[in-house]
Design a protein around this ligand. Structure first.
Ligand code: CTP
Length: 241
């Protein structure tokens, strides 16, 4: 107090106050982002390289289109400049599952951008595992598939979007996920593309819908990819209505 706020903070405040559009006014949007950390013992975990940037950019875009936005984020340093976005931070897949399940019934549009771990250690050691002479084997059990679960709970006119991160057979795998998870769209990003991937500020996506359409976009900043995603979802929701 008594010190001038950072110029970026002032601009974000003005933006948020005066320039939020009304497209999604009254709509609740839920976005998941970031990795999950599955504990092995009190000091170690199994995780992945997700930075969360894509999910946070989508959350901000929906927010600036007037939606009431909640982001459920795994451990990541990503943050938002907008004060009105509700942030729930979780660590592991189980926690993310619980928070998503709680929030989903009152959600209109849900975007699952988190890189959720598919497996977690079968048991979590209560003390730090000490180094032994022999090798160590970890037993892993499956985590719950959050997107798939929400797909079973989905009721009209809820809109559910998932991501697919693939390194091979991209289209085939993305289409399988669209069906098996009962999503309305699947946003594919390929690790084969050098503009796409973990930690980068750019991404290149292809979006598949349930009507058999495929939308290809060139590589661009994650902020602009978020704009494309929100624009396509706006169209889809308007088509449905
Ligand atoms: N997802 C999820 N819960 C999980 C695993 C994945 O909600 N336990 C969601 C992701 O947020 C993403 C979509 O499912 O929106 C696809 O994630 P991806 O890792 O590409 O696919 P998986 O279903 O995990 O299959 P695989 O790892 O075999 O490709």
């Amino acid at each position: 107090e008594g010190r001038m706020a950072e110029p970026e903070e002032i601009v974000a405040y003005i933006d948020e106050h005066f320039f939020r559009e009304k497209t999604f006014a009254g709509k609740k949007v839920l976005v998941t982002a970031g990795p999950t950390y599955e504990a092995i013992d009190p000091v170690r975990f199994i995780g992945n390289h997700s930075s969360g940037k894509m999910g946070w950019a989508i959350a901000e875009e929906f927010y600036m289109h007037g939606a009431e936005v909640t982001i459920i984020s795994g451990p990541s340093s990503s943050k938002t400049k907008y004060k009105g976005i509700q942030i729930l931070r979780v660590k592991c897949a189980d926690e993310m599952f619980t928070e998503c399940e709680k929030a989903f019934a009152s959600t209109d549009i849900c975007i699952m951008a988190a890189a959720v771990a598919d497996y977690k250690p079968a048991t979590v050691a209560t003390q730090k595992i000490k180094k032994q002479d022999a090798n160590l084997e970890l037993s892993l059990v499956k985590t719950k598939d959050i997107l798939k679960h929400l797909g079973t709970l989905k009721k009209q006119p809820q809109f559910l979007a998932g991501f697919a991160l693939e390194t091979n057979n991209e289209k085939e795998n993305a289409l399988k996920k669209l069906q098996s998870k009962n999503a309305d769209i699947i946003i594919l990003n390929s690790l084969q593309d050098e503009s796409a991937g973990f930690g980068k500020d750019t991404n290149k996506v292809t979006i598949f819908d349930r009507q058999g359409n495929e939308f290809n976009y060139p590589a661009k900043s994650k902020k602009l990819v978020a704009k494309d995603i929100v624009e396509l979802i706006t169209q889809k929701i308007n088509d449905k209505a």
